[in-house]
Design a protein around this ligand. Sequence first.
Ligand SMILES: Nc1ncnc2c1ncn2[C@@H]1O[C@H](COP(=O)(O)OP(=O)(O)OP(=O)(O)O)[C@@H](O)[C@H]1O
Length: 359
Amino acid sequence: MTREQVEAVLKGIKDRYLDQDIVSLHQVKDITTDAGKVAVRVVQGYPAGSYRDELAAEIKAALAAAGVSDAEVSVTTQVAAHSVQKSVKRKDGIKNIIAVASGKGGVGKSTTAVNLALALSADGASVGMLDADIYGPSQPRMLGISGQPESSDGKSLEPMQNHGIKAMSIGFLIEEDTPMIWRGPMVTQALEQLLGDTNWGDLDYLVIDLPPGTGDIQLTLSQKIPVSGAIIVTTPQDIALLDARKGLKMFEKVEVPILGIVENMSMHICSNCGTVEHIFGEGGGQRMAEQYGVNYLGGLPLDIKIREQVDNGNPTVVSDPDGTVAQIYKDISRKASARLAQKAKDYSTKFPTIKIMNV
Ligand SMILES: Nc1ncnc2c1ncn2[C@@H]1O[C@H](COP(=O)(O)OP(=O)(O)OP(=O)(O)O)[C@@H](O)[C@H]1O
């Protein structure tokens, strides 16, 4: 087979999470056809976990059907740093910050954020979680972490760790029942410090669990934190959708790309009979995504196990990694990170500064 013929076969294979063929997506990095041996090297820009093996098998099968039975196929991941808002600088070491936001409280934003962070990690990425929900920091409990972070130099903090991810939260620094009475500027400053003064090391993704709402604090945060993409969590009720629209607009205003919408508590599955009921209405998140031209990432059921697992410090993705719900979280995190991989890359650290001198 010639190189062109191999490429034609690969053009027939779609990336499941981007719904486009792997050649047009520039995922095919090398095709060699030396001495009758075919070798194909595919690199994806997002952590795809077990899908890498599935894709390799699909490529091998397609090449076998075209007459090459012993093709050598490798599929790997390389996460790049993507650009952030023009007014801020990307933080060294952290390739991408993904903000998880909601228009109103109580829609399951923190539950979704922690499960997505764990899904990215399970799929092979190095991940951190910054709990910016300063008025109701729930990540220490959800990640099953207690105690206080250490500081070796009195200036910076070592992140806490569990389930393979690094975490920082104001919840580690104050007592759980201490009310936070800070005003807006103090909150923003505290969060900038939690982000900047934590020794995150090298991360592919830092997931930020933002405070709910679209007020001044959220707006300032979305302007000041160098974010590569945002995910909006909503429930299907009209009122939640209305607030989620405000969240979409807020990120648009500060030029942060929306990676998509997650609909939480999409439907209820009866634990006795398995009947599916759309108690908060059906298809709202999907309609909103279509209306605003953003991606619908998926919907989670209202499921008592999601609540029990996350509230016990072992979110669904780690406590039932092979279950249906963990698979939904993985599909969502793959779709979102795959979308991010298609966005503009940040080349700022690679290009030399060019000085234009007057002569
Ligand atoms: N899909 C779900 N099924 C069942 N329970 C859920 C689901 N999603 C979240 N919950 C539960 O709902 C409660 C609120 O969730 P969570 O704290 O994630 O919401 P939030 O939007 O982050 O809230 P806040 O506005 O306080 O930050 C938690 O007890 C959580 O366990």
